[in-house]
Ligand binder design. Structure first.
Ligand code: MLT
Length: 264
């Protein structure tokens, strides 16, 4: 079902009486990134996802967004849908949003699933890369930025064997409003570092990383898993930065096992 919550396009699947999982997608994608998880998990969970403001079907507004305002959006969805302590599941930028949401209001969640993400903020090199991307988009080159960025997200084998799907993802991302894409880049460049809070997280946390992830590689995610005492760490073979998309069965099984072990 599709709803509008505070000018945000929100999608729900499954029965609302069941335990909820809120899925937050990565950059520069949209809610469809979670399709394989929602198709499977909505059999037993109420699954909520949305398009981050400025991407996909969510309007861009004035384009002035921050990770903090994205967390406000998550909080609004929880309040509007009256969700009782959902599980929060985020990938990459969705993970940055999830980690800050947990730091700000951990008591609103029963568990977290952090895929291909990290707690550290952008260093100077990272900020300059965001600036270069914005310059590229301002020069009218959104399409080439998207093509290069999305290619880097996938493992090489996935692109070779799933060319049609890969082209679809690239073409969908190319349709994002450039203001929305730049808004996300600025939001990520300006995000806070949530590493200090990692050792204080007490909700059960599943950490999932594609073994070929070039953006948030296994070493970085292992470090995060070591900080979060209540965490399980899973490496997904033959996957890059988009492990839930590239290896949906393995990721779904890891999520189901984690939820079952934690009686969720
Ligand atoms: C993402 O997948 O959300 C991005 O790769 C995150 C980033 O660029 O830091």
């Amino acid at each position: 079902m599709k709803k509008n919550i505070n000018d945000l396009t929100v999608f729900t699947a499954g029965e609302q009486s069941k335990k909820t999982i809120v899925f937050v997608h990565g950059f520069p994608f949209d809610h469809l990134m979670w399709k394989n998880q929602i198709d499977e998990l909505s059999k037993n969970y109420f699954c909520v996802t949305f398009d981050i403001r400025g991407l996909g079907e969510s309007p861009v507004g004035d384009g002035q967004v921050t990770i903090e305002s994205f967390v406000d959006d998550v909080e609004n969805i929880i309040d509007e849908l009256k969700l009782n302590k959902p599980v929060l599941c985020g990938l990459s930028m969705g993970g940055y949003i999830s980690l800050r949401a947990i730091e700000r209001m951990e008591n609103k969640f029963s568990a977290a699933i952090l895929c291909d993400t990290k707690s550290s903020a952008d260093d100077n090199e990272g900020k300059l890369k965001r600036a270069a991307a914005i310059k590229q988009i301002n020069s009218g080159n959104l399409e080439s930025f998207i093509e290069t960025f999305v290619t880097n997200c996938f493992g090489t084998e996935f692109i070779q064997t799933n060319k049609k799907y890969f082209d679809e993802v690239v073409n969908r991302s190319k349709k994002h409003n450039p203001v929305g894409v730049k808004g996300c880049l600025l939001a990520m460049a300006g995000r806070t570092d949530t590493t200090n809070y990692s050792s204080k997280i007490s909700i059960p946390t599943l950490i999932i990383c594609g073994e070929e992830d070039k953006i948030t590689p296994p070493g970085i995610m292992k470090f995060m898993a070591e900080q979060i005492k209540s965490s399980d760490f899973v490496i997904v073979e033959k996957a890059g930065h988009l492990s839930p998309v590239e290896q949906p069965m393995n990721v779904n099984n890891a999520i189901k096992k984690f939820l079952l072990n934690n009686k969720l």
